[in-house]
Design a binder for this molecule. Sequence first.
Ligand SMILES: C[S@@+](CC[C@H](N)C(=O)[O-])C[C@H]1O[C@@H](n2cnc3c(N)ncnc32)[C@H](O)[C@@H]1O
Length: 192
Amino acid sequence: MLDVGGGPGYFREAFGRAGARYVSVDSDLGELSARGRPEPGTVMGSGMALPIRDEAVDVCYSSNVLEHVPDPWAMAEEMLRVTRPGGVVFLSFTVWLSPWGGHETAPWHYLGGEAAARRYASRHGHDPKNRYGTSLFPVSVSDALLWARHTPNGELLEAFPRYHPWWARGVVRVPGLRELATWNLAVVLRRR
Ligand SMILES: C[S@@+](CC[C@H](N)C(=O)[O-])C[C@H]1O[C@@H](n2cnc3c(N)ncnc32)[C@H](O)[C@@H]1O
């Protein structure tokens, strides 16, 4: 399986315990080496142009990365490309209009991402790590569902709030409310 934006491999052990051969890709050398020397099977590259051949993995996974790339749907399509037909893509991201959408600039992102970043910089004396327009982008539930329902390369299996209990899963079906209340959307597709 491939973990896109996996940093130093936070999920390596869990996938290994489940019997997977784990490979991760990340674009940032600092993140890749956050736990010391990167493990074998760690690749430096962008999720938007994965340095992986077509149909190479059974599972392509990405946790909380989509909102950090300027073209999230290019990354999502790349994840489908490297997955073999019948394989599974899982991706999750923090929804922009959720209370944590602005990351460390929240809740001021409700006044706009630029304004929130400026406010953070004036308070802390430096830019936020997740800088709107550079390393943080507004991704919505609606756009994710639109992509997942219409991509010719995958079939949407599930879309649900990643961290909510089962009884709150239906929130993703309510336009408007879902942008505020989903917090983190998980989308699962089968590669066609
Ligand atoms: C919030 S962290 C998530 C780390 C891990 N997936 C998790 O859920 O704990 C975002 C990660 O995405 C990586 N990232 C950002 N832009 C990327 C890109 N274009 N391609 C691959 N990884 C990227 C960052 O370097 C960072 O490791």
